[in-house]
Design a binder for this molecule. Structure first.
Ligand SMILES: Cc1cc2nc3c(=O)[nH]c(=O)nc-3n(C[C@H](O)[C@H](O)[C@H](O)COP(=O)(O)O)c2cc1C
Length: 165
């Protein structure tokens, strides 16, 4: 049994997709935790805020929940051919807690999924680049879905199987 942390960068269709991952992971005997990144409403990372000693609300709790994950699935909509701000901004804050920007990320297994307006390949590539840069072991198989392409249960199972191995 593994613990899967689902990082969801929007509270719309991508939250529904996170719930699909959670249901399938539970059916496979794993435990899950959905972390709603959009719901954090952390302010935009700025040097001024950092210099003032500002700490995003609940950051230690979020880091602890993420750290408990044997693997993460990052589930995000494509925005302008790239990452949505909720994901990019959260990662910026998390990478600046402590001295080592990779501390929370290095060696972490990460699966990728999206519900986007179009194909979603750009956000998958952007997440692969960002999590890879941070030292994560990003799984090759990824899931894309949109209003004319439902999320494939077989792909979800394949990602979870590799994540929880
Ligand atoms: C600011 C913004 C930019 C977007 N850019 C893209 C895009 O580049 N490619 C795409 O496929 N969809 C794009 N979309 C559409 C979203 O990816 C799509 O509506 C997605 O399903 C929203 O997910 P949600 O319901 O979880 O919020 C964009 C949406 C917004 C709000």
């Amino acid at each position: 049994m593994a613990h899967v942390t689902l990082l969801t960068a929007s509270d719309g269709m991508n939250m529904l997709l996170a719930n699909k991952f959670a249901d399938q992971a539970t059916a496979m005997g794993h435990t899950t935790d959905i972390v709603d990144l959009m719901g954090l409403e952390w302010p935009v990372y700025t040097n001024k805020l950092v210099k003032s000693g500002f700490e995003p609300e609940g950051v230690k709790d979020i880091m602890s929940r993420m750290d408990k994950g044997d693997g993460w699935v990052s589930i995000a909509p494509e925005y302008n051919g790239s990452l949505p701000s909720a994901l990019n901004n959260t990662v910026a804050w998390l990478s600046k807690q402590g001295d080592d920007f990779r501390a929370l990320f290095n060696g972490r297994k990460v699966g990728l999924a999206t519900h986007s307006g179009g194909g979603g390949d750009h956000v998958i590539m952007a997440m692969r680049q960002q999590f890879g840069y941070l030292g994560c072991n990003v799984i090759g198989r990824s899931l894309t879905s949109n209003f004319s392409k439902e999320a494939s249960p077989e792909t979800i199972e394949s990602i979870l199987t590799q994540l929880c191995a």
